[in-house]
Write a protein that binds this ligand. Structure first.
Ligand SMILES: *Cc1c(COP(=O)(O)O)cnc(C)c1O
Length: 399
């Protein structure tokens, strides 16, 4: 007998749960890609994507995952031999920097470890030392999905402005667009990359690069720009195929259209508020469990935690044991301890992550938390009581 039969829940931090309406929109015969409804529908995605990024500037759409958007952003802004500043707060910004390296860009890395946000004093020091403005871009992630830390993007802009440093501010919001608040123009972000499979609730396979005119001016001379990643034809295509440099991702587009409609109908700020409250419920449960055992959230300061994902330390081998038990016995899959291990063994058996991004609600979170509670009991992992009580109280009060 197993209690895992029934609808399986994927509670990992991406890809996220796909709404039925998105799946249904994708379930259709192949459309005409030369004329007709698909063309108008694709044009309609552009203003809606920009409204979710809170920008009046440009977007280029790609058939690619998040890694592709990283390369696209770099390709359009970098020349071989350029230097960039990488502000690492976990696995993801390091990964973005590694891609830059492979493209012939020199990276200066400030690594703030796996449990902290960016130290803006250290960032300021590095930029002040760069008297001849050799640093062409500052790379940071808004939310690092491995550590679940959230960086204050406005603070990064302020450092650049205070020093008067002209480097582009390039932000990875792949984990959190449509979950944590983000305002591209108001926050002074020059380039932002995101993917479709997290807050945007669409199966993996599309990603987006948002950029302003300052970044586009750099594109003029960037010599890393390649045919496929070039954002110019995609930002204002004269012919439909130029959006994609070839065949459109037809079914993804139908799915994405419905996902964006869902966000717009709920209201972007209501979507952010829902994620905030759902996250607070998860944190309340973790605090209760932690009262009587080893379980502890990776990021101590709640103001620095993402509303999209929570990374939790519990000690090896409990993290992996708990994940395995939940999948086999309760029908819930949790995220692995990505990037929290050693150089030789990068993922950790002592961590797990709960994704609470996109198409999630109170009942889904209570289900996941309840399953974790059962797993802690079944595996006899010491933990404090009343975690589910604590989470349901948060949801009852909409705290
Ligand atoms: C998921 C994620 C990525 C990578 O996206 P892929 O689609 O897996 O390539 C990059 N950065 C962050 C912050 C992410 O959460």
């Amino acid at each position: 007998m197993s209690l895992s039969n029934g609808r399986h829940t994927l509670a990992i931090p991406g890809p996220s749960v796909i709404p039925e309406a998105v799946l249904q929109a994708m379930h259709r015969p192949a459309p005409n890609i030369y004329t007709g409804a698909l063309i108008d529908m694709t044009h309609s995605l552009v203003p809606d994507l920009k409204s979710i990024a809170r920008t009046g500037h440009h977007v280029a759409m790609y058939i690619a995952n998040g890694h592709g958007s990283w390369e696209a952003a770099l390709s359009n802004t970098m020349s071989r031999g350029d230097k960039i500043l990488v502000l690492a707060t976990g696995r993801f910004c390091l990964g973005w920097g590694e891609i830059a390296n492979r493209m012939g860009v020199e990276t200066q890395i400030l690594d703030f470890g796996r449990a902290s946000d960016i130290d803006t004093d250290a960032m300021a020091e590095a930029l002040k030392a760069d008297k001849f403005h050799e640093i062409k871009a500052v790379l940071a992630v808004q939310v690092d999905t491995s550590t679940s830390v959230k960086n204050d993007v406005t603070a990064l802009r302020k450092v650049l402005d205070d020093i008067g440093h002209p480097a582009l501010l390039m932000i990875d919001s792949i984990a959190c667009l449509g979950c944590d608040a983000f305002e591209m123009d108001a926050w002074g972000v020059d380039v932002m990359v995101t993917g479709c499979q997290k807050g945007l609730m669409t199966p993996p396979g599309m990603s987006f690069v948002f950029f302003n005119d300052k970044a586009d001016a750099v594109r003029e001379t960037a010599n890393c720009v390649s045919h496929y990643w070039d954002w110019r034809p995609r930002m204002a295509p004269e012919m439909y195929f130029q959006y994609w440099d070839g065949t459109a991702p037809t079914h993804h587009l139908y799915g994405l259209r419905v996902a964006l409609d869902m966000i717009i109908e709920e209201g972007l700020e209501a979507v952010w508020a829902r994620h905030q409250t759902l996250a607070h419920g998860v944190w309340a449960a973790c605090d209760a469990w932690g009262q009587g055992g080893p379980l502890a959230m990776n990021i101590k300061d709640p103001s620095k935690r993402s509303h999209a994902v929570t990374s939790i330390g519990i000690g090896a081998p409990y993290g992996t044991q708990l994940r395995t038990w939940l999948t086999q016995e309760a029908g819930v899959t949790l995220g692995i301890g990505l990037g929290m291990g050693t150089d030789e063994d990068p993922n950790s058996d002592g961590y797990f992550r709960i994704g609470h991004m996109g198409h999630v609600n109170a009942h889904m979170m209570l289900g996941t938390l309840g399953a974790i509670d059962a797993g802690l009991k079944a595996l006899e992992i010491p933990h404090g009581p009343n975690a589910i009580e604590a989470a349901s109280t948060v949801y009852a009060k909409r705290a």
